[in-house]
Ligand binder design. Structure first.
Ligand code: AP5
Ligand code: MG
Length: 187
């Protein structure tokens, strides 16, 4: 087991995907976005994709057992074993958080902090299929109810760094790298 093993939190539109693309290059660890994996599964028409579509269209979370199967499979791949991971969009519930911490070690978790009004503007500007005002509201509500308690689990384990997500993407990257390097020996 080697490489960095990081969880990247942040509310919808906070810049998890944007930052993980850069951090993945920087640390040489694969970027694992459960949202991207589910969108690929929908496009392929796989069984998981057929199940996922209605949840994603409604801005609701898929059941934990479905997500745990998806992530457990992905974490078993050679690239993860060799280089670690940057998890984006997982875990999102207390159940997922506990399962992840049972399944593997995590070096650190970062929470990209961006206020609700700002993420709303960013998502409306981006315009993905699930970026309608109603679905954005549902996703943000799920974040407060389900994901905030999951983040608190990482804080309770002493693994969490909160990082200001306002400013340019480069400014946010610099803050994230400083926070992660402070945690990950030799990174
Ligand atoms: P997912 O794809 O993970 O969506 P999300 O959580 O809603 O997060 P986003 O991808 O919208 O935000 P982001 O933080 O990646 O922001 P981005 O970098 O794009 O999940 C989709 C759905 O899948 C869920 O609703 C659920 O149904 C399902 N799902 C996924 N994982 C699940 C799980 N674990 N359990 C259950 N269900 C699950 O940035 C947003 C915009 O802002 C972009 O336009 C970007 O260019 C811009 N931007 C980024 N940084 C900056 C900056 N610094 N300044 C200005 N603009 C910026
Ligand atoms: Mg994303």
């Amino acid at each position: 087991m080697s490489g960095v093993r990081l969880v990247v939190f942040g509310r919808q539109g906070a810049g998890k995907g944007t930052q993980c693309a850069v951090l993945s290059e920087h640390y040489g660890a694969p970027h694992i976005s459960t949202g991207d994996m589910l969108r690929a599964a929908v496009a392929e028409g796989s069984e998981v994709g057929r199940r996922a579509q209605s949840y994603m269209d409604a801005g609701k979370l898929l059941p934990d057992e479905v997500m745990l199967d998806v992530v457990r499979d992905r974490l078993a791949h050679d690239d993860v074993v060799e280089h670690g991971f940057l998890l984006d969009g997982f875990p999102r519930t207390v159940g997922q958080a506990e399962a992840l911490l049972d399944m593997t070690t995590v070096d650190a978790a970062v929470d990209i902090d961006v206020p609700v009004e700002v993420v709303r503007e960013r998502m409306l500007g981006r315009g993905r299929d699930d970026d309608t005002p109603e679905v954005i509201d549902q996703r943000l509500a799920a974040y407060e109810a389900e994901t905030v308690p999951a983040i608190e689990r990482f804080a309770a384990h002493g693994l969490l760094e909160r990082v200001d997500g306002l400013g340019t993407p480069d400014e946010v990257t610099a803050r994230l790298v400083a926070a992660i390097d402070g945690r990950v020996a030799g990174a």
